[in-house]
Design a protein around this ligand. Structure first.
Ligand SMILES: C[S@@+](CC[C@H](N)C(=O)[O-])C[C@H]1O[C@@H](n2cnc3c(N)ncnc32)[C@H](O)[C@@H]1O
Ligand code: SF4
Length: 322
């Protein structure tokens, strides 16, 4: 088991949500219900500007990024500029169809989403084809051997709370460096009850994950009033009035071009809390507006803040397995 440190944490990261249309239809996700798609040219221009300003990493995300028509070209731009490449995938990027593409790239970080330990149950939930865990293990092993950091994201939901203890049995688990549990946001969070939350807590407490760093989702998730959890705002109390450290090292470009302070802005606030839109404003101007906003503690009320996952990581317990 490896004990790599996240090569992307601590540096500057631009999340690029290239498109909302997706090859999956996950019940908890709003992405695939909307057709917004970025244009390749403004995105390439933004990447070049970020490189000029010495940003470190581009993380590709959104409706499965490899299915975006210009994905290969944008990945090549990032590689050519010697920035770190990372991505969040529903698994499609790890299939044999994209093997040649990945082989051309130096990938620093892969995040694979996995919501249920059982591959069939996961595929059914996401309405995706079932990817073989043995194949995923082989791809992740190849990537890890080349130095890629491997994270698994699990959306923590009422429907998988009683399955958490089984995750370490997943076939590719030995090659995973970190497990990030993200409390579900949106309508599905309404299904949380005290009993289900306690079940999740018991499952996590029972886990001994050899060598793997896993991020527990408390204390905010476990200690916040259940109504805050059900309203998708489990850490709102913890972040209100604070100067957010996360937005100082991130931007998130959503598929409609809005450049947002981080990757955890509530869907309904995206048009109002951003620094500008890539489709009508030059990247250098957007980044200038961002610098001015950060200098003025612009969002201490945390408007749109979904009490984000990276901030959770900073504030919550980080538990290391033996
Ligand atoms: C929107 S997805 C985009 C990347 C890719 N399509 C995927 O699913 O891995 C980014 C991350 O957000 C998670 N996610 C989706 N819907 C969510 C929700 N309602 N609450 C919390 N996380 C969610 C996904 O599981 C994934 O790990
Ligand atoms: S795979 Fe990712 S983007 Fe696509 S619907 Fe699911 S969570 Fe949303």
């Amino acid at each position: 088991m490896r004990h790599l440190t996240d090569p992307v944490a601590g540096g500057t990261v631009c999340y690029l949500s290239l498109q909302n249309p997706c090859n999956a239809s996950c019940p908890m996700c709003l992405s695939w219900r909307d057709n917004s798609t970025l244009q390749g040219l403004p995105v390439a221009e933004l990447i070049r500007e970020l490189a000029r300003q010495h940003w470190d990493t581009i993380m590709f995300t959104g409706g499965e990024f490899v299915t975006f028509p210009g994905a290969a070209e944008l990945l090549a731009v990032v590689q050519e500029l010697r920035m770190n490449i990372g991505f969040i995938t529903n698994g499609t990027a790890l299939t044999s169809q994209y093997r040649a593409l990945l082989a051309r790239l130096q990938i620093r970080k892969v995040i694979l989403s996995r919501d249920f330990p059982d591959a069939g149950q996961h595929a059914q939930w996401r309405q995706l084809p079932e990817f073989s865990d043995a194949d995923i293990r082989d791809v992740l092993t190849r990537l890890a051997d080349d130095g890629t950091y491997v994270q698994v994201n699990t959306v923590l939901m009422p429907s998988n709370a009683d399955r958490l203890a089984d995750f370490p049995d997943v076939e590719f688990w030995p090659v995973v460096d970190a497990w990030h549990l993200i409390p579900v946001k949106g309508p599905i969070a309404r299904g949380w009850s005290d009993a289900l939350r306690a079940a999740a807590r018991r499952a996590l407490d029972s886990l001994r994950v050899n060598g793997l760093t896993y991020f527990v989702v408390g204390p905010s998730f476990f200690h916040a009033p259940i109504e805050d959890v059900r309203a998708s705002r489990p850490t709102e109390q913890a972040v209100r009035g604070r100067t957010c450290q996360v937005e100082r090292s991130q931007i998130y470009v959503d598929a409609s071009g809005e450049v947002l302070p981080c990757n955890s802005i509530a869907w309904e606030c995206r048009k109002t809390v951003g620094f500008g839109n890539l489709n009508n404003t030059a990247p250098a101007d957007i980044l200038r507006r961002r610098a001015l906003a950060l200098a003025t503690n612009h969002n201490a009320a945390r408007v749109g803040c979904h009490a984000c996952d990276p901030l959770n990581m900073l504030h919550n317990d980080i538990v290391s397995g033996q």
